[in-house]
Design a protein around this ligand. Structure first.
Ligand code: ZN
Length: 414
């Protein structure tokens, strides 16, 4: 599927330091060690209610990973999917009495426009599930053949499920105990009570067609992909097994990332789906959880329509650490707008205090598990000094603008 137009990412002098990230599976901060090519898979949207600030915070966090890898000299292979057929999309289309494909197309286009406005470097492969059904079917055939998957014969519909016993290390991504898994599985789209499964935690791979639902042909009968297998199949096809970073919001840790990993590992037979699992925190509104059910989602497109500069949205979300659950409010946005104005004013001076140190500190802080609060503070110090006392370094304002653009994706050209 078409992604969106890329912002120009300027090249900063020299080579950035090695990136370190918190691996939420092993619960450790460690250096990420890609080869020349760095592979990243970030789970994409289900195209309805796009793009709220929770989405934006997640894609901006992984945009920093992308930019830091480019700065460190890597070629980045970035894949993102679109869950463009799934229960929540079909339910929303039915509620709104709309055609599900029309709703998906409209929301995907809105997401693209928001990502381009936010200056997010696009994935190289932006892949819809509806484009990948063949890949999913081929993968399920392999899992059935090696007994990692089975068809449920009880009930009206012959759905295909994955055995949680298919891999020895099941549970390593989340680290949850079984009770917690069952509880969260039920909460987040799982079906522990489905009759005829070998284990309540076995996950759906192929949903046999129900009346009125879209379906595709397969050796197991007409149906559509389960949620987790789509990401396993797309990642294996585009960036291969054992890639560098599996990313997404923290609400995807279980069951989604746990099962995507288990499905892929059950096919390959050994090793780990991703070398690192990296998760972004959740965004609340005025101290409350931001969620569809509360109806308090804040949308990037609404902020843009109100004239908010997308660079200010970036700075507001970067004011907190990407792993922290944090809250959005008007004050946060206003602080970010004031900071952006200050930085732009300082960057427009004919000269300023030397900036090599500030640029180096920005690089170091971001490479240290995307520590944006400290990175922003490094740029603040330079800007405050420049505005208060000036300086004689004629290259300094340009260097700061380039560093902020390349690494933070923030444009200092109003
Ligand atoms: Zn996914």
């Amino acid at each position: 599927m078409r992604s969106w137009s890329s912002p120009v990412v300027p090249k900063l002098e020299g080579t950035g330091p090695r990136l370190r990230l918190w691996d939420s599976a092993d619960r450790v901060l460690r250096p990420i060690t890609p080869g020349r090519k760095a592979g990243m898979y970030v789970c994409g949207i289900t195209p309805y209610d796009a793009t709220h600030l929770g989405h934006a915070a997640t894609y901006l966090a992984f945009d920093l990973v992308h930019r830091l890898w480019l700065d460190a000299g890597h070629e980045v292979e970035y894949t993102q999917n679109i869950t463009d057929v799934d229960d929540p999309l079909l339910e929303r289309a039915e509620r709104d009495q709309r055609d599900w494909q029309g709703l998906a197309a409209e929301q995907i286009e809105l997401f693209r426009t928001d990502m381009a406005a936010l200056r997010v470097v696009p994935p190289h492969d932006y892949v819809g599930v509806t484009e990948s059904v063949d890949l999913v079917v081929a993968m399920i055939e392999k899992l059935v053949a090696n007994q990692s998957a089975y068809v449920v014969t009880e009930g009206e519909y012959p759905d295909v499920y994955h055995r949680i016993t298919a891999t020895e290390d099941f549970g390593y991504v989340s680290g949850y105990d079984r009770d917690e898994m069952v509880r969260i599985f039920r909460e987040r789209g799982g079906d522990p009570d489905r009759a005829g499964k070998a284990d309540p935690l076995d996950a759906l791979l192929w949903r046999a067609a129900r009346p009125g639902e879209p379906s595709w042909p397969s050796p197991f009968g007409p149906g559509r992909p389960g949620w987790h297998i789509e990401c396993s199949a797309i990642a294996l096809d585009r960036i291969g097994f054992g890639f560098d970073v599996q990313g997404g919001g923290a609400d995807l840790v279980f069951p989604h990332h746990e099962f995507s990993a288990a499905h892929a590992q059950a096919q390959i037979g050994h090793g780990r789906f991703a070398r690192n699992y990296v998760h972004a925190g959740m965004i609340g509104l005025d101290g409350e959880k931001m969620s569809k059910s509360r109806g308090n989602l804040v949308f990037v497109s609404k902020l843009r329509a109100a004239g908010v500069d997308p660079s200010a949205i970036r700075l507001a979300l970067f004011a907190g650490h990407y792993r922290a659950d944090r809250s959005w409010d008007q004050g946060l946005l206003e602080e970010a707008q004031a900071r952006l104005a200050r930085w732009r004013q300082a960057a427009s001076l004919a000269s300023g205090p030397a900036a090599h140190d500030a640029a180096a500190r920005l690089r170091e802080h971001l490479a240290n598990d995307l520590d944006t609060p400290k990175g922003l503070a490094a740029v603040d110090s330079w800007a405050v000094e420049a505005l208060a006392h000036g300086g004689s370094d004629r290259a300094a304002p340009g260097l700061v603008a380039t560093a902020v653009d390349a690494l933070l994706g923030v444009s200092l050209v109003p």
